[in-house]
Design a protein around this ligand. Sequence first.
Ligand SMILES: Nc1ncnc2c1ncn2[C@@H]1O[C@H](COP(=O)(O)OP(=O)(O)OP(=O)(O)O)[C@@H](O)[C@H]1O
Ligand SMILES: [Mg+2]
Length: 261
Amino acid sequence: MRGDEMTVQAAGGVGLKVKNLSVMFGQVRAVRSVAMSVGPGEIVAIFGANGSGKTTFLKAIAGLVPVSSGRITWRGEDITAMPPHERVARGVHYVSERARVALRMTVRENLDVGGYLRTSGQRKTSRDRVYGLFPVLSEKSAAPAGILSGGERQMLVIGRALMGNPSLFLFDEPFLGLAHEIRDRILSVIEGEIKGKATILLAEHDVEAVCRVLDRYCIFLNGEMIHQGGRSEAADGGRLRAVFRKFYQIGRNENAGGGGT
Ligand SMILES: Nc1ncnc2c1ncn2[C@@H]1O[C@H](COP(=O)(O)OP(=O)(O)OP(=O)(O)O)[C@@H](O)[C@H]1O
Ligand SMILES: [Mg+2]
């Protein structure tokens, strides 16, 4: 089923609208005609096996990979061909676990990079807020980011994103490799500080964690959006597991039948 037939419908208002988006890497069709709309303040999760196109989809919205066809509008403005920095200026931030922090710069300097488009007063307010959310960053503010643990570094990545005061967060596996304690801390920041204020698209393999905060979700398979569901379905563990069994099984069969790589 194609994305233009299956559209994740926003609850209302002008937020993100993606129409028939496709991304090709040479002969590889990484994203195939996906349509999605996300209302202001909503959290939509994208699930799917490795290689199903989640990262490519988020990066296309951020302008980090070229789009082959389709249209992306954010708050009513067509951003499909806009350079990434202009999207950032409009509040669109891609936040990846793989995003690098500057190892020799201090924690505070790294945070300030995230707020470079803002006034020094706004930066200070945001920095204090981030320090309140992640006290360890305050304790280590003068230390080089290179001494941070993996989990602390991930807090810095999220804190740096918050410094820019984004209106659209594109979170790519924010919980990858994190201990549950740090994962839960970041989840509560998403729930308490971001949810309702900014729009969030979130790709994750940790389905159980994400189901605590999502409004709606969709499943990608081989670049296509093949299923969508709402909060009530996500909250029903048994039903969700049945959905995943069904679609992941389809994926395995298709891959087996497709000759593999
Ligand atoms: N820069 C690239 N050049 C060529 N092919 C790419 C590139 N980036 C991604 N791909 C391919 O596009 C497809 C989708 O990849 P993508 O990284 O979007 O998947 P994903 O759903 O994010 O996977 P994961 O869960 O492992 O992060 C894969 O087949 C991948 O090999
Ligand atoms: Mg990915």
